[in-house]
Design a protein around this ligand. Sequence first.
Ligand SMILES: [Zn+2]
Ligand SMILES: [Zn+2]
Length: 424
Amino acid sequence: MFFYPVHLTYPVREECSMTIAPHAPVTVCSSNQYTMTILPFSGLRRYGARNTGFIPGEKEAAFFSAAQQHPLACVDGKLKLPLTFPQEDCYLCELFVNGKSAEKFEIYALESDLFCLQPYKGDNHLHSWMSDGKDSPMYMVAAACRRGYDYCAITDHRYFEPSLIAKDFYENTGVDFLVIPGEEVHSPQNRVHIINLGGEESVNDWWRNHEPEYRAAVQKELENMHEPMSDADRYSAAASQVIFDKIRSVNGVSILCHPCWIRPYGFSETEDVTDYLFDHKRFDALELIAGGAYEMGTQMQLSYYHERESMPVLGNSDAHACFGDKLEPGNYTILFASDLTVDALKDAICNKMTVAGNEKKLYGDYRLVKYAYFLMRNFYPEHSRQRDVLGANMIRYASSLGEADADLTSVKPSTLFAQLRYSD
Ligand SMILES: [Zn+2]
Ligand SMILES: [Zn+2]
């Protein structure tokens, strides 16, 4: 790379000034002629733009064509090009020095709703040794950072406490990593796995300490269920609906986990229960891809999802250790959120601003997946390198239970996020 765009994302239909900087030791020399072509990845959209209030004409067609070499101005050792992007898209830029191709790079223009959000990467489903995992909650958090994530949730079976321990441990360190409180809820006579993400209270504690109240709520739910189902399935389905509602009442996001999880005896939960929960949808998000060892289950979940209405989808590892098979496909979630806070991330999920993915495959709404692939090529490689450094320091800090003078504040991915978004 000899030259790079200072910002990667721009707002559409607003006058911008794209800045291109040289990588040292290359410098911009005013005796050179710098020109650039810029092409929309998806072709100039007219039919596709008919609902945006602006349909590009001949002027835009000429501007965004391979034939149009735009002269760049040299300002303070950098190159500048004023322009207005007509559509949300990836744009392919080629820079020429004295007529010779010198650099190719991509940038992205976004509609205002997405331009004002940042893409935070994370894992919403992790276990520690405080349920059936192998490592401490603090280690699991540090490992998530090393994997290139901005946030994670510890979601131990039946316990909310481990997530709070992890959160408190890093709370005053100034580390640029968010721990979301969470738990995997397993209420009595319910085989369905459900996550309470970001709730203000434990839902496991609720059913444990108020079982008659839980039983009464399920009973009330059962009275309105007349579909043909076995008694066990009916109870599981009713109990799940009660738990989804309870999670919402403590301001959590409810996640239906791995519905096609395959056990030696078949599906962990029956298809009747899964069908019922999708037909009477009260959960907030679907864990679309999770775990490593269940490729068949994952593919069946994907097929199931494709037959249904679009909904918020998440990718998680469901890892029970810092190393191991469940981490292998590297399943994660990208949440497009206003900032890195629990509330903003919960909003992102409920507004369906999510992409579920791993190193190769991304799932979700077309628009977000298209943008996420751009980020995968142009943003996440450097982001992951920085997170890896920070995560290694977090592991040192966690291994000494906070005693090590590990550097948790010098790596600030927020700087990288600021560079991602255009500002003049
Ligand atoms: Zn589970
Ligand atoms: Zn789990």
